[in-house]
Design a protein around this ligand. Sequence first.
Ligand code: C5P
Length: 411
Amino acid sequence: MQDTPISSSPLAGRHLVLGLSGGIACYKAAELCRALVKAGATVQVVMTDAAAQFITPVTMQALSGRPVYSNQWDAREGNNMAHINLSRQADAIVVAPASADFMAKLIHGGADDLLGLMCLARPLERVPLILAPAMNREMYAHPATQRNIAQLRADGSHVLGVGAGEQACGEVGDGRMLEPQELLEELSAFFSPKVLAGQHVLITAGPTYEAIDPVRGITNRSSGKMGFALAQAAWRAGAQVTLVAGPVSLPTPRGVQRIDVQSAQQMQQAVQSCVERATVFIASAAVADWRVDGVADHKIKKGEGTQAPALSFVENPDILAGVAASERARSGRLYCVGFAAESHDLLAHAQAKRQRKGVPLLVGNIGPDTFGRDDNALLLVDEQGSQELARASKVQLATELVAIVAQRLRS
Ligand code: C5P
């Protein structure tokens, strides 16, 4: 997914205590620390003795830019109460990796080292505890570990999932710590207001590809970045998200269900298969207006002296207009948002397009200024008038647009 610039990251300005307990996944904590700092958070690292067997405090100090704490008797604190001071300053304590042993200790309120002591001493209502488990698959599947995770959740901790796959021990299964970028996304979502909780957002993104023959086709310059950023922002805002994507090479945003399609007709079918469950439909895809009439079964060969083939076209279905005209949308159970990429007279074209498509909200942008770029400027048009969203990263604009849609759903 696109990197979130500092200003638009929900982690910007947060103060996180990053706790490391013992496990080989400590090597990933170094990259997580770096990513958190890049997102604008300040990070105070606290390590157990076991964690220091896997990665040195020197590495974590260099990456966080702060001395690491590991000892509850640390004399650097004036009052000699590191566990109180560190936990009171934090917006959250994130333990990554959280070992099986450390989680077993937590459920009993064990406090024989600084990290356990600090988790116990944190103000429960103000400083959330987020745990990223990491261990061998048998340890993870063991009833004792699963019991401990259930107990930690019942006690109010936020226990993240684990990854599946090859483990450092050579076995294959569940229990790997999530990758640093996945953890970053989970933490970004944790700190995002849940303005779309309970909503199901269906999004189309990217270009479509209309075949001429088995090896050639017609497409356009849409990168899909805006639609993918919208999917990411909607998931962070608490929605269930389905993303119908044309041919793009972007990674699937975390938590998002993705359906890959090629042509406009396939995109329409995919949309129709999920629109009955959706409460918001955002059509950001640059759908081809026409497809080739009579796609050749075999590659059209270039022969000496033969003329260039004459292509004829048929009009593609208008996916957005069709959805907007459905009973679900007209009865107010589905809120529809369209996009318009224009080259000039944005306001007039966007207003006309909003009416033609029959949608309450249309988002206009200047095509050549947005295709392939990480930033954009938007003009929102509705029945009342228009509103500009100033040039910013697509991630930032997506967050703003999601907040605006959420506000309209509420009113
Ligand atoms: O008509 P135009 O392509 O400019 O309309 C743009 C809007 O309509 C976008 O929201 C786009 O995703 C949607 N659209 C569609 N199906 C089409 C053409 C456009 O859903 N065939």
